[in-house]
Design a protein around this ligand. Structure first.
Ligand SMILES: *Cc1c(COP(=O)(O)O)cnc(C)c1O
Length: 366
C-alpha cells in the first residue's frame, strides 16, 4: 500500500491520521494447533440455537432483509426490559460508534475518551473529522474527575467502556451518573457495554439511559454470545438520539442472517449461562495463578485478564514464550500499556496451558 498522498485527490482532514486497526492475530506460521486468546471471543463459540438459525437463514438469501429490525428490537426489549422503539441495531457495536461520531462530531468538535479506551473511539472520531481528546486514568481505571476536567464547550461525545477493554476494570454506576449530570449540556455520554453481561448485577447503564436525555448505551453480540464473526451490535438511547442515528443508518445495514441468528442467540439461555459461569470460574482461577507467579492483574469484570509485567521487554519476551507454545494473546502497546498482555479467558485446557507457560517463564526470569 502506497503512503504517498495524491497530488490533487485528497481525503478529508483527519483520515490519514488513522492508524489501521490491527485485529487479534489468529495464526502462527507452521502450527495448526494454535489457541487464539487475542480477541475476547467466547471459547465455546456460538450456541446451538444460533447455529440452527444460521442454517435456516440460508433458505432466504434471495430476500432483502427487514429495514427496521423490528423482531430483533422486540426480542432485545423483552430480554432486557427496554423500550424497543429506542433501540438501534448495527453491524457490530462498532457501527453504532461510527453512527454516533458521524451524526454528532465533525471538524472543530471534540470526542473525549479515557487513556486506555477502545481504539475505535479515536478511529471513528478522526473518520468524522473531529478531534480526539484523551483523559488520564487512575491505576488503569476510568477517572470521572479527569474526564470532567478535559470536557470543553466543544466536547460532543464522551466514550466510556464499562467494564473497559483492555484493562478489565469498571467504575460504579454512581460515578457514571455523576459524570452524566456534570458534563456540559451539548455532550452526549456513550456507555460502551460490550462486556456488561460479564459484570454481575450491572445493567450496562440502561436505567441511566431511561432517566436522562444525554446518555446512550452500546451492546454487542460479539463477546458473550459468541458471534464476533457475524457482526451484530445495538444501541439504546433517548428517542431524540435514536431518531438521529436512524437517519445515518443504511436501510439494509443488517442481513437476514445477522438478524435471525442474533435473535436466536438471545434466547439460548443454556449457552449464556454456561458461558458466564465458566468465564467467571476460569477468569478468577487464571488471575490467581498469575498473581502467584509474580504477574499482577487488576480484578477483571470481563472475559479477559490484563497481565502486568515488569517492563515492555519482559511482556514481549513472555508473549514470545506463549507464541512458541501455540498460544496467541494480545500485546496492548497501542492502548498505552506496553508492559501488559491481554489474555482472553479460554476454556479450561487453554487457561491451564497459559498459566503453565507463564509460570515457567517467570521462574526463568527470577
Ligand atoms: C469487542 C468490543 C466491542 C464490540 O465490537 P463489535 O463491533 O460489537 O464486535 C465494543 N467495544 C469494546 C470496548 C470492545 O472491546
Amino acid at each position: 500500500m502506497g503512503q504517498a498522498m495524491h497530488k490533487h485527490i485528497r481525503p478529508q482532514a483527519g483520515i490519514m491520521e488513522i492508524a489501521l486497526y490491527q485485529g487479534g492475530s489468529s495464526k502462527i506460521a507452521g502450527r495448526d494447533d494454535v489457541v487464539k486468546l487475542s480477541s475476547n471471543e467466547n471459547p465455546f463459540g456460538a450456541g446451538d440455537l444460533a447455529r440452527q438459525a444460521y442454517i435456516r437463514a440460508g433458505h432466504d438469501l434471495h430476500r432483502y432483509p427487514s429495514t427496521d429490525h423490528a423482531d430483533l428490537r422486540a426480542a432485545l426489549g423483552a430480554r432486557f426490559g427496554l423500550d424497543p422503539a429506542r433501540i438501534i441495531c448495527g453491524a457490530g457495536s462498532d457501527e453504532i460508534i461510527t453512527f454516533l461520531c458521524q451524526a454528532y462530531a465533525g471538524p472543530g468538535d471534540e470526542v473525549l475518551y479515557s487513556q486506555h479506551g477502545f481504539l475505535m473511539y479515536r478511529i471513528s472520531a478522526l473518520a468524522a473529522g473531529a478531534t480526539p481528546v484523551v483523559a488520564p486514568e487512575q491505576e488503569r481505571t476510568t477517572d470521572v474527575d479527569a474526564i470532567l476536567a478535559a470536557a470543553t464547550k466543544r466536547t460532543k461525545l464522551v466514550f466510556i467502556a464499562n467494564p473497559n477493554n483492555p484493562t478489565g476494570t469498571m467504575i460504579p454506576i454512581e460515578d457514571i451518573t455523576r459524570l452524566a449530570e456534570k458534563l456540559p449540556p451539548q455532550a452526549l455520554l456513550v456507555l460502551d457495554g460490550a462486556y456488561a453481561e460479564y459484570a454481575e448485577g450491572y445493567d450496562g447503564g440502561a436505567a441511566l439511559v431511561d432517566a436522562r436525555e444525554n446518555v446512550v448505551m452500546t451492546r454487542t453480540f460479539s463477546k458473550l454470545y459468541g458471534l464476533g464473526g457475524l457482526r451484530v451490535g445495538w444501541g439504546y438511547g433517548p428517542q431524540h438520539v435514536i431518531d438521529v442515528l436512524n437517519r445515518v443508518r443504511g436501510p439494509f445495514n443488517l442481513s437476514n442472517v445477522q438478524l435471525d441468528v442474533a435473535e436466536a442467540a438471545l434466547g439460548d439461555a443454556a449457552h449464556i449461562a454456561r458461558s458466564l459461569s465458566e468465564n467467571a470460574r476460569l477468569r478468577d482461577w487464571l488471575a490467581d495463578k498469575l498473581i502467584q507467579t509474580g504477574v499482577p492483574t487488576d480484578r477483571s469484570h470481563a472475559n479477559f485478564v490484563l497481565a502486568r509485567f515488569r517492563d515492555p521487554e519482559q511482556a514481549s519476551a513472555c508473549n514470545a514464550a506463549l507464541l512458541a507454545e501455540g498460544l496467541i494473546v494480545r500485546q496492548v502497546a497501542s492502548y498505552g500499556l506496553p508492559e501488559c498482555l491481554r489474555i482472553t479467558v479460554g476454556d479450561e485446557a487453554a487457561c491451564r496451558r497459559v498459566a503453565h507457560v507463564i509460570g515457567v517463564f517467570m521462574e526463568r526470569q527470577a
